[in-house]
Design a protein around this ligand. Structure first.
Ligand SMILES: Cc1cc2nc3c(=O)[nH]c(=O)nc-3n(C[C@H](O)[C@H](O)[C@H](O)COP(=O)(O)O)c2cc1C
Length: 183
């Protein structure tokens, strides 16, 4: 699949076959995800892959504020990537000639995590694995459930598995003229 097809054919997948994705395949996906760009190449994104059904159930029961739509997806999930980032690094640049800190310095770590997230989803799609990003999540609770190191924060969950049934329909997109301006 070429890059254009990969970008356009990725979907949020919420129905999964009852079949685990083996850890070697998941490792290959993370191996690809590490090529995501990051602030000063600090590479702060971390991936905690949960494939134990009992832990996935805990994520459903305690990690999504009782949001039934996400609980339903988690009940079918074969795995969940807890995407986290090492706090307090991105957003500040120290060089021998000086220190640079943009005013929006606290957004760059989540920005890094976002790029890592989409890279993971595209890599997974290239390997035939469906994904769905979750933002409606209790990041603190999830951190406790997976025993996240204290220096990290949870950015998102990425639920994954082999897609069941027909490939999900594309969701509508705005026209390019509605989102693009040239100056
Ligand atoms: C930051 C972010 C948070 C999201 N949170 C959720 C979520 O909590 N539950 C869910 O089912 N989908 C969630 N999604 C998936 C979006 O609904 C989906 O990407 C969007 O509708 C476009 O559909 P597509 O991914 O199939 O192209 C999230 C996506 C992003 C990027």
């Amino acid at each position: 699949m070429d890059a254009i097809e990969l970008i356009k054919d990725r979907r949020s997948v919420r129905k999964y076959k009852n079949e685990k994705v083996d850890r070697e395949t998941m490792k290959e996906i993370v191996e690809l995800s590490k090529w995501a760009p990051s602030w000063a190449n600090y590479q702060i994104a971390r991936y905690t892959l949960v494939d134990d059904d009992a832990v996935i159930k805990r994520l459903a029961d305690e990690g999504v504020y009782g949001f039934s739509y996400n609980i339903k997806t988690l009940h079918k999930a074969q795995g969940v990537a807890v995407l986290s980032f090492v706090k307090g690094k991105s957003g500040k640049l120290d060089t021998p000639k000086g220190s640079y800190e943009p005013s929006a310095n606290n957004v760059w770590e989540i920005f890094d995590a976002g790029i890592a997230c989409q890279t993971f989803c595209l890599a997974a799609h290239a390997k035939g694995v469906g994904t769905c990003i979750f933002g409606v999540i209790d990041d603190k609770k999830i951190g406790e459930i997976v025993n996240l190191p204290a220096e990290e924060s949870v950015a998102a969950l990425i639920v994954y598995g082999y897609e069941d049934g027909k490939h999900a329909q594309p969701t509508p997109r705005k026209e390019v003229d509605d989102i693009l301006r040239f100056v």
